[in-house]
Design a protein around this ligand. Sequence first.
Ligand code: NAD
Length: 496
Amino acid sequence: MHHITHWIDGRHWQGQAARQGQVFNPATGVQSAVVDFADTAVVDAAVDAASRAFDRWRHASLAQRSQVLFAFRHLVHTHRDELAAIITAEHGKVLPDALGEVTRGLEVVEFACGIPQLLKGGYSEAASSGVDVYSIRQPLGVCGIISPFNFPVMVPMWFFPIAIACGNAVIVKPSEKDPSVSLRVAELWKEAGLPDGVFNVVNGDKPAVDRLLAHPRVKALSFVGSTAIAKSIYETGARHGKRVQALGGAKNHMVVLPDADIELAADAAINAAFGSAGERCMAISALIAVEPVADVLIAAITQRMAKLRTGDGTRAVDMGPLVTCAHRDKVAGYIEAGVREGATLVVDGRGISVDGAAEGFWLGPTLFDQVTPNMSIYRDEIFGPVLCVTRVPSYTEALRLVNEHEYGNGTAIFTRDGGAARRFQHEVEVGMVGINVPIPVPVAYYSFGGWKASLFGDSHAHGSEGVHFFTRGKVVTSRWPDPSQGGINLGFPQNR
Ligand code: NAD
C-alpha cells in the first residue's frame, strides 16, 4: 500500500502518524494509499520550518525569486503528463481534463514569473519641498493554503506561486481525497532551487486546518471548499487576526435566450455540466431556458448526452467516476429527491454501463426538466453530473432567479443579441460572467472569485488581487535634508 506523508523543510516527514486516511482510485473502487493526518505537533513543525525559511526568503532579490519561478514553470511544464496521471489516479477525471487543469495552474506560475513588474510601487518626487514619497509592498510571513479535492493542482496553484513570488513561505493542506500530487509539486519546487521550508505540505483534515487557523505565526489563509466550511474558516481566521480569503460553493446558472445559437448552447451545456463529472465549482448545473427555447434545447442536449461515454479516465472516455463512493451516493440521493419533488427526469445516470471496473464510483450524466426554485436540486450545490432545466417566460425572470440564488460564483448567457448580453453583464450579481462562454474562468492576470455565498473575504484569487492579498503596503516619506533645514515645529506635518 502506497504511503503518503507530509513535506516539511524540503523533505518527507519521518514520524509516525497517530491518524491516517484512505485514498482510493475512483475508477476501480480500490484503495491505493494511506495518507498521514497531521496533528498539532506536525502543523507546528511545518510552521517552524516555514517561519525560518521566510526569514531568509523574504530577503531574496526579485531576480532570484523570478529565476526560481521560471525554473519551476519549466519543470511543471516538462512533468505535466506525469502530474495529470497522478490527478486522474486519485480524482478520476479523464486525462485530457487533468492535463487542462495543470495547464491552467501553470498560467498562474507564468503570471508570477513577472513578479518584479507586479511588485513595483509608486514614487512621487517632491511631494513636499525636499520630500519624496514612495510605496512598497512586503510579504506577510507564513501563509496557509487549504484546497478542495476537485482541482488538486490548479486550485493550490491559484495561490502559492504568487505567495512565494511575493516573498512568503507557504503550507499547503491538500484535500485528503487526492493528496499525492502536492507532494510531487513539492519535489519540483526543490528541484527548481526553492530553499527548503518555503513550500511545505501537511496532509490531514479538520484538526490540521484548525491548527493552521489558530497558529499565531500563520498570517494569512487561502481556503477553497464548500460554503459552510468556507464561512467558518473566514470567521475563525478573522477572529484570530488573520487575513483570509475563503472561496465557497456554487450553483452556476446558464441563461439561454430564444435567439441563441442552439447548437452552440447545447454543446456548451454538455461540456460545462458533465466535464469532470460536474465536480467543478464553475460547472453549469442550472440551465435557465427562456421560452420558447426549452423544447428544442432539451432535444439537442439529450441527443448529445446519448453519445457521452463514461468510464475509467485513463481510457478514451468523456467522463470519469465521482471522487468517492460516499459522494456518488450523495449525488444519486439528489436524483431521487428531484424525482420525489416533482421534476421530470429526462435522462437518468444511475445504473449506466461504463467502460471500467464495476466497483468504480460511477454515475452517468443526468438531466432534469421542469425544475422549480423550491426544489433541493435547484437550491443546493449537487457537485455531480446533474443538469437541471428551469423554464422561464422572460429575460427578467431569468435574471431574477440568478440574482436571488444564494451562490454567485459563475454564470453565462447565450444569445446573439449584444445589447441583451451587455445588460446581463451589468445587472447580474455574480463574480464571473460568460457571454456565449459557459465556464468563464478568468485568465491568470485577472482575478478569480465569486460573490455572495461563493466567497468570504475581500480578495479574489490570483491576478492583481492575489498580489495584493499576499503582501502588505508600506508608504515611505523621505527627506535627505540640507543640514541647514532643521527646526522645531510641533504642528501636524503639512505639505508645502
Ligand atoms: P470541502 O469543503 O469538503 O473540503 C475543502 C478542504 O477543507 C479540504 O482540504 C478538507 O480537508 C478541509 N475540510 C473539510 N472539512 C473541514 C472542517 N470541518 N474544518 C476545516 N477544514 C475542513 O470541499 P471538497 O468536497 O473538497 O470540494 C468541493 C467544494 O469545493 C465544492 O463546494 C466546490 O464548489 C468548492 N470549490 C469552490 C471553488 C471556488 O473557487 N469557489 C473551487 C473549487 C471547489
